[in-house]
Design a protein around this ligand. Structure first.
Ligand SMILES: [Fe+2]
Ligand SMILES: [Fe+2]
Length: 349
């Protein structure tokens, strides 16, 4: 193992030691293959030198059992959340934030999301209970990017969509924390206050002078509904931009599958079913369908919790009956289409 000066020349080298943040959270595990985004982030954090390569003498290092499997999306996600934390703090303090800072945060996750087939595998592990808005914003960006990728958007459009995802709830930094973090039900007045966040966000993003107006539009429109009953403008489906429709689906999906202080997270299939139901008058059906097809495509190989408590491995999906795939328990294969007393209650990625 060598201690080397941090520079772009270290791209492709293996990190020699775990890197932790101030609060002791693991940022980059030992063994990570360094990418350009890691290096710029470490420089931003004040690092000038790091350990690269492996060293067998380190086998007894106290942190060795904390070394986790290299997982690019986990790392990218954590770095993006930290970036967004700084960005939101600046916005809250009334400082100017420019396109570069938003772009930098989006670029941290961009290549990894496009290269990662199963983004949920990583997202499910990552959600901590604190910092919900930050994590939710990055998750929405990740899910929106995946939907956009499946819709075959251009790289440029995907980047703009990714930025819209990161910024979609930025207006929440103007909502008083006691309303935002309230566990009980909201009063009518508090609810009206929360519903102002798309407009607050639109004003903040306008002030950033981003070159693409679709970003501020998506921030403004992400709570509009297909039937014109959303907020703030009660726009009809034809007036809602595609970016806003994608962010809306990613937003609902992430909110449902996240654990909140006042409720547990919803099982993946249940969330998909709810989203399908709400696509009738709330969410855009084409976008919902893209997400559904995607979720079903990553299920084979995952573990499933059955209604009788058994854990099985999913072998093949029956797309018209997602809760009834072909499964394997031990060396037995069971087609749940033919065993109507059994069904999948949850997926364990
Ligand atoms: Fe929102
Ligand atoms: Fe949101």
């Amino acid at each position: 193992m060598e201690i080397l000066e941090l520079s772009e020349q270290l791209v492709g080298h293996k990190l020699g030691r775990n890197i932790y943040d101030d609060s002791g959270r693991l940022l980059l595990p030992k063994g990570t293959i360094l990418q350009r985004s890691h290096i710029s982030q470490l420089i931003n954090m004040g690092y000038s030198k790091i350990a690269v390569g492996s060293d067998d003498l380190d086998a007894n290092n106290e942190h060795d059992n904390e070394t986790i499997e290299y997982n690019p999306l986990t790392q990218a996600f954590t770095l993006a959340v930290d970036n967004l934390k700084d960005l939101m703090a600046k916005v809250s303090a009334g400082h100017l934030v420019g396109q570069g800072e938003v772009e930098e945060t989006m670029e941290l996750i961009f290549p990894t999301v496009l290269e990662t087939n199963n983004i949920l595998l990583n997202l499910q592990d990552l959600r901590r209970k604190d910092e919900y808005t930050l994590q939710h914003s990055v998750s929405v960006s990740v899910v929106a990017l995946k939907i956009g990728q499946l819709m075959r958007m251009s790289q440029h459009d995907l980047k703009m969509l990714g930025m819209a995802g990161i910024l979609h709830d930025i207006g929440k930094c103007k909502i008083p924390l006691d309303i935002l973090n309230k566990n009980g039900s909201l009063s009518e007045e508090e609810f009206r206050e929360i519903q102002k966040h798309p407009v607050y966000g639109y004003e903040i993003v306008k002030g950033m002078k981003l070159e693409d107006p679709r970003i501020s539009l998506a921030v403004l429109q992400h709570h509009e509904h297909q039937d014109g009953r959303g907020y703030p403008l009660k726009l009809a489906a034809g007036k809602i931009h595609l970016f806003s429709k994608i962010i809306a689906v990613a937003d609902v999906f992430d909110a449902m599958t996240s654990e909140r202080p006042y409720r547990g997270k919803m099982a993946l299939f249940k969330a998909m079913n709810e989203i399908l139901t709400s696509s009738v008058n709330h969410l855009n059906p084409q976008v919902v369908n893209k997400l559904r097809t995607y979720v079903l495509s990553i299920c084979p190989g995952a573990s499933a919790l059955l209604n009788n408590g058994d854990i099985a491995r999913i072998i093949m999906m029956n797309t018209d009956e997602p809760a009834r795939p072909l499964i394997q328990i031990g060396d037995k294969f069971i087609n749940l289409r033919e065993h109507r007393d059994l069904w999948v209650k949850d997926i364990i990625m």
